[in-house]
Write a protein that binds this ligand. Structure first.
Ligand code: ATP
Ligand code: MG
Length: 334
């Protein structure tokens, strides 16, 4: 019996390098060896985009196309839409009894995200909604609806996984051994930094290089990337460790010798403009095959729809079975 993977992404924008290196490359590696459910998390996306349903709707197919373009095989991965699995919403209600409000407020990921969304939730999070505060509970429902055991995610998700594991233990201790405790799997690049030097490249942070950015946009973004601010002149020595241009060379530049770039930068033998130009070229080469695949799916929306329909059907069957187990354990199997 293959173990089950459950993982998800929010349809709030296109995929960026953070998704690809932080999570996507693990999905690609793991797709052969697991029963794989990949959730397009539209309900979760609405928790902080409830006032912008068009954005979420549009990005369901955009995100699916991105995921297919990076090399996920729809024969091996079940792509499904969260809102089409009502069992997840039911489980969320049941689990909401098993977690305290104080515990949710302490969750480091939730705390960071509330601080980033001042416009929506107020300067000190005073306008936080019940739905957003509770999204870790809904995420526990996502995972356990499929008895997901292996969860490939980026590092920012670890506190949410821990919250899920606590809910599972609590559920099992009260209602009897029913749910599996999931394990997070991190990739080699567990947290990809943003163009602005921020610790996390994020869709909503305005610091991302998206996989479908045009060459023109990539040029602009790389020209504006954070570099060592102490380097003023072309031949000033600089510190590559605090330079985002060097950081992305390490991720995408397959040809250039990274030690050489590092050495030249430290000695003042490499100007930032030249270094940025080289990165632009490497970035465009790296993204080219992904863009070609994207073009194919953009021209065939019916294939994308079919993939989502097929995956959602499989997901629904699996969640229905799990729901029966849960209701039996909770003695609400009338
Ligand atoms: P949003 O701002 O809408 O939350 P996001 O960029 O955080 O967007 P998600 O859909 O929340 O994207 O995340 C999908 C997956 O990608 C998660 O597993 C998350 O950990 C991973 N991920 C996102 N950004 C990064 C990053 N910068 N580094 C590593 N992993 C990341
Ligand atoms: Mg996120």
């Amino acid at each position: 019996m293959k173990k089950t993977i459950l993982t998800g992404l929010r349809p709030t924008g296109n995929l960026h390098l953070g998704h690809l290196f932080g999570a996507g490359q693990n999905y690609i590696k793991m797709q052969n060896d697991y029963e794989f459910f990949l959730e397009i998390a539209d309900v979760q996306a609405l928790t902080d985009n409830f006032n912008n349903p068009e954005k979420v709707r549009k990005n369901v197919s955009e995100l699916t196309i991105d995921l297919l373009s990076i090399g996920l095989d729809p024969e091996k991965v079940n792509f499904f839409i969260q809102s089409k699995i009502p069992e997840i919403a039911e489980l969320t209600v049941f689990y909401s009894n098993l977690v305290t409000v104080a515990r949710l407020e302490r969750n480091p990921t939730v705390k960071t995200e509330i601080a980033q969304k001042k416009e929506l939730f107020g300067n000190n999070g005073e306008s936080i909604t019940y739905g957003f505060l509770g999204y870790p509970v809904s995420q526990a429902a996502d995972i356990t609806a499929f008895n997901g055991e292996v969860i490939p995610v980026g590092e920012d998700q670890l506190p949410l996984l821990e919250q899920c594991r606590e809910i599972v233990r609590k559920f099992n201790s009260i209602y009897g051994e029913t749910l599996k405790e999931p394990q997070a799997i991190l990739s080699d690049t567990k947290r990809v930094k943003g163009l602005d030097g921020n610790d996390k490249m994020g869709k909503s942070l305005g610091n991302a290089i998206f996989l479908n950015d045009s060459e023109e946009v990539i040029k602009k973004k790389i020209m504006g990337a954070v570099t060592d601010s102490n380097k003023i002149k072309k031949d000033d020595p600089a510190n590559p460790d605090i330079c985002m241009v060097y950081y992305y060379h390490n991720l995408v530049n397959k040809n250039e010798n990274k030690e050489k770039i590092c050495r030249e930068c430290k000695k003042g033998e490499r100007g930032c403009v030249q270094c940025k130009k080289e990165l632009m070229e490497a970035m465009n080469n790296f993204l080219q095959p992904i863009k070609e695949k994207r073009k194919y799916y953009e021209e065939h929306p019916e294939i994308v729809k079919e993939i989502l329909d097929k995956g959602t059907k499989k997901a629904k069957e699996k969640a229905e079975t799990q729901m029966k187990n849960v209701k039996k354990a909770m003695k609400i199997d009338y």
